[in-house]
Design a protein around this ligand. Structure first.
Ligand SMILES: Nc1nc2c(ncn2[C@@H]2O[C@H](COP(=O)(O)OP(=O)(O)OP(=O)(O)O)[C@@H](O)[C@H]2O)c(=O)[nH]1
Length: 592
């Protein structure tokens, strides 16, 4: 045995202390590493926006760790909202325990305009710049302007009433660039809740002097009559003069056009298979673009696009294979500033803007007829704007989603997909908002968690759904309320449970909208021949599989920890959600 110093006895307590010290050292190293990283990024003018706006208590949603050695900051384009206070969250949780009082049909009507306070709130618009400015000058000017804009908002007496809106300057910059480089601006709205920011009309039509096309997307989730009423409302609401009215066009779109998958208005499962071009919707867009080009007497030939659509229409659609071809995206480097004159290129640039999750990337793919940009049910998925040539004479530009300043109810913003559901600290107020407008108890065939009780709160609905689905906490085996709430919200986002708000005056004129000859144009876009039968069913039916609780349990008991939820269910996993057949049009009661 080698002679040496005898090892000193090492107690468990000392070991624990040693581990704690080691952990502390590691944390300190990681912190200084990230500081260095930010410093390095500063040299590149990629300062973390959180540090730049300390007065606004910014919270980055879904922030990613910085990778060692990685060059770019993965959080540069992350969604950023004002941090909610503990009191706010607590109050909303308390409210979610109150009894749900269903709203009347009239109250399903919604006027987005007042929530944007006319043009008062506006949105950050790019300050003047010139190509002679250095990058640093440009950065400072834009940052200074953005901060000033926010400070002006903060001085308003209703500052605390403002809902979630984007505080990441980098994302607004993406929008500025897309607006600058586009000949035609297309605003994509989720047709279930099409809240178009009022100031957008003024800015695009008057300041930029460009044409605006509004696409009501996800029409497969909305009764055509409601979509039609929205179309008419949108052009009326915003006090446009005749000249401007001629520059605003409203179109319908769905990326899930598939008549054979839709039976009696019940979405059994999401259409799958090879992504096809939404030819009818693309044709409508082409028509509008042509008329705009003619008006401006621009020399852009859209024949190639027309040919592409005609070819698609002639093709037989019987190949169900899921073949998705990734095409190289020519993303314009973020440093480039294009000096752009309207219709001066030999090609037309169409900029696709909208709130997160409105379906901008899906529209781009559906216009292309194949998957060229990535799509996700998680809001804020598109980080950087990307351009792609649809044909040699048409360039499409997909912009990251932007949440504009407004007073829209936060639960509605969550349903619209402005806030990633998995990151929500408090999902129950949104369940309450939903349950006030849709009879979830009936649709989901729920049993009250308290036997004999028949007053429902949002928490009761979640508990009941948790029991039904077998979402139980691992340790205590209690219903996992948070997970159930999350699951219900993701089902709503994906359209399995469908709420579609209507424009003001819709209920009163329902018969008029339901008998309009214009509906046929929407059916063509949706790929259906008639829709009236679809209104007859107004309850979600559960398949045999769905009736049985799943054996799944959740490991987390911390209801505020969003990390235990993955977002895959909302769009991609019909294994979890797909067994639920929902009536998408239950909001449109035909009996009245
Ligand atoms: N039912 C239905 N779902 C759609 C349609 N278009 C898009 N979606 C779904 O909506 C979700 C968001 O789609 P994206 O195309 O990624 O939306 P985006 O506006 O690009 O989102 P961001 O990247 O957050 O800006 C995905 O789950 C899509 O499958 C549609 O026409 N009908």
């Amino acid at each position: 045995m080698p002679q040496g110093r005898r090892k000193l006895p090492f107690s468990g307590k000392q070991k624990k202390q040693q581990i704690q010290e080691k952990r502390k050292r590691k944390q300190q190293n990681a912190a200084s590493e990230s500081e260095n990283k930010y410093e390095r990024a500063e040299g590149n003018n990629v300062r973390p926006p959180k540090e730049r706006l300390p007065e606004f208590n910014v919270q980055s949603i879904n922030q990613q760790p910085l990778h060692r050695g990685g060059r770019s900051n993965p959080n540069q384009y992350v969604l950023q909202f004002r941090r909610e206070t503990e009191e706010e969250i607590k109050k909303r949780k308390e409210d979610a325990r109150k009894q749900i009082i269903p709203v009347s049909e009239d109250e399903l009507e919604f006027d987005p305009a007042p929530y944007f306070c006319g043009n008062e709130l506006g949105f950050p618009i790019r300050p003047k710049w010139s190509p002679d400015m250095t990058r640093e000058q440009l950065d400072n000017r834009e940052y200074g302007y953005f901060k000033e804009y926010l400070l002006t908002l903060k001085k308003r007496s209703d500052w605390d009433e403002l809902s979630y809106f984007e505080l990441n300057l980098e994302t607004w910059r993406q929008m500025w660039r897309v607006m600058e480089m586009s000949d035609i601006i297309v605003w994509i709205a989720d047709a279930r809740y099409p809240a178009v920011p009022t100031f957008l009309f003024t800015y695009v039509l008057k300041t930029l002097k460009k044409s605006l096309i509004i696409i009501l997307n996800k029409m497969d989730l909305v009764p055509s009559a409601i979509g039609l009423a929205w179309k008419h409302k949108i052009t009326q609401t915003y006090n446009l003069d005749d000249d401007d009215k001629a520059k605003v066009h409203v179109l319908f779109f769905t990326s899930f056009k598939n008549s054979s998958e839709f039976k009696e208005g019940v979405q059994k499962k999401k259409p799958r298979g090879k992504l096809k071009m939404a030819a009818e919707a693309a044709e409508c867009l082409l028509k509008e673009c042509k008329s705009i080009i003619e008006k401006y007497q621009a020399k852009i030939d859209l024949q190639s696009w027309e040919n592409k659509i005609s070819e698609e229409k002639e093709l037989e659609y019987d190949n169900d294979e899921d073949v998705e071809i990734e095409e190289k995206i020519t993303a314009v480097p973020e440093t480039s500033y294009e000096h752009f004159d309207l219709f001066q290129n030999s090609y037309l640039t169409i900029g696709l803007l909208g709130q997160p999750n409105a379906g901008k990337s899906s529209v781009l793919n559906a216009l292309m007829g194949k998957k060229v940009v990535s799509v996700s049910g998680t809001p804020g998925h598109t980080k950087h704007f990307q351009t792609i040539f649809l044909t040699p004479s048409v360039r499409l530009c997909d912009c990251p989603g932007l949440v504009f300043p407004s007073k829209l109810p936060k639960p509605l913003q969550v349903l619209m997909g402005c806030y990633p559901i998995a990151q929500l600290r408090e999902p129950y107020s949104t369940i309450m908002f939903l349950a006030e407008r849709l009879n979830l108890v009936k649709l989901l065939n729920l049993q009250h968690p308290e036997p004999g009780e028949n007053e429902w709160s949002a928490i009761d609905i979640c508990d009941s759904w948790a029991i039904k689905r077998g979402f139980l906490t691992a340790r205590a085996g209690r219903p996992d309320t948070y997970r159930a709430a999350n699951h219900l919200l993701r089902m709503t986002l994906s359209g399995k449970i469908c709420l579609a708000l209507r424009p003001l005056g819709f209920t009163e004129n329902k018969k008029y909208w339901l008998s309009s000859a214009e509906l046929k144009n929407i059916w063509k876009v949706k790929g259906i021949v008639d829709e009236l039968d679809t209104y007859e069913h107004n309850c979600i039916e559960l398949s045999d599989d769905e009736q049985k609780p799943t054996a799944q349990t959740d490991t987390s008991e911390n209801e505020d920890d969003g990390s235990n939820e993955d977002e895959s269910c909302d769009s991609d996993s019909s294994e979890v959600c797909g067994t639920i057949a929902s009536n998408k049009f239950s909001v449109l009661d035909m009996s009245n």
